[in-house]
Design a protein around this ligand. Structure first.
Ligand code: SIN
Length: 285
């Protein structure tokens, strides 16, 4: 069971170190945060509390907080250095290589993240986290669902965990982006442990996802396919999840090392628009 804490927000106008408010969405994953103002330098005390909130709740949400690029960078920097990945021209923001445009409208043929995934898991060092800010949202729909991969790992039987622990799986970005990006763009393909140890909490998390994972290394194709099919069903258990309904100028910050998420595209042809910064991670252990 995750520990949940509510920290009082410092009174407005107070000049000393600020603290944040933390309101869990459920006992397993997700919390709404208050008391953070990324338009100003973020005090070290607040930064420490934000990092603790992510460690406790895996994904945190800020509402009613417009972010310009500087504020977005400041908020992301609380969690580490920006992860800069090659991206297609349509997603780039001129002069800001770390910022990716996230936009869908009535002309879109696809949206990012429509399949359960952990961001860029095919990279040798996938981003530890992502900071997604949306300024424009549809009148209804466009939620994002997040799932706790510690809970998914813990819910497997001892026998299943013993079999999977120590195995690796191949994550191939061609599965995620092959049909979308330019043919000559080089896409990573890497093997990672199926039970990933989180470097901050020391806990094991299930680290295979239908967006990127193509096979369990060392198994026959039929064995690997059957086991992955089971694990992909398992991660969708609603007990592991929270569902975030966006409001304009909300931000979601998640830890990719112990979660997966899916963006629900149920609002076509309406507009959903914003920007994302990813934070550098480490090689999964
Ligand atoms: C993503 O997968 O990074 C996008 C999530 C979203 O748009 O809700």
């Amino acid at each position: 069971m995750l520990q949940t804490t509510t920290i009082e927000t410092a009174p407005r106008g107070e000049t000393g170190p600020r603290t944040i408010g933390v309101k869990p969405l459920n006992p397993t994953i997700g919390a709404e945060i208050s008391g953070v103002d990324p338009s100003q330098p973020i005090p070290e005390q607040t930064a420490t509390e934000l990092r603790q909130a992510i460690a406790d709740h895996i994904v945190i949400f800020l509402r009613d907080t417009p972010l310009d690029f500087a504020a977005h960078q400041r908020l992301a920097a609380v969690f580490g250095e920006a992860h800069i990945a090659p991206s297609t021209a349509a997603w780039r923001v001129e002069g800001f290589p770390e910022i990716t445009k996230m936009h869908a409208d009535g002309t879109s043929k696809y949206v990012a993240g429509e399949n359960w995934h952990s961001d860029m898991s095919a990279d040798p060092e996938p981003p530890m986290g992502s900071v997604l800010y949306l300024h424009t949202i549809p009148t209804l729909g466009g939620d994002t669902v997040f799932a706790n991969m510690y809970a998914a790992w813990d819910a497997l039987s001892d026998t299943m965990r013993a079999m999977l622990d120590g195995l690796t799986a191949t994550h191939d970005a061609v599965k995620a982006f092959g049909a979308i990006v330019a043919r000559d763009m080089e896409l990573p393909c890497t093997s990672h442990p199926i039970a990933r140890i989180h470097p901050v909490t020391g806990r094991k998390a299930l680290y295979v996802n239908p967006g990127y994972t193509t096979k369990i290394d060392g198994m026959a194709e039929a064995e690997s396919d059957a086991l992955l099919r089971f694990l992909y069903e398992h991660i969708k258990d609603p007990r592991f999840q929270c569902r975030f309904t966006w409001s304009p100028h909300a931000t979601a910050i998640w830890d990719n090392r112990c979660s997966q998420h899916v963006a629900i595209w149920d609002y076509f042809p309406q507009v959903r628009s914003g920007f994302r910064i990813q934070v550098k991670g480490e090689r999964p252990a």
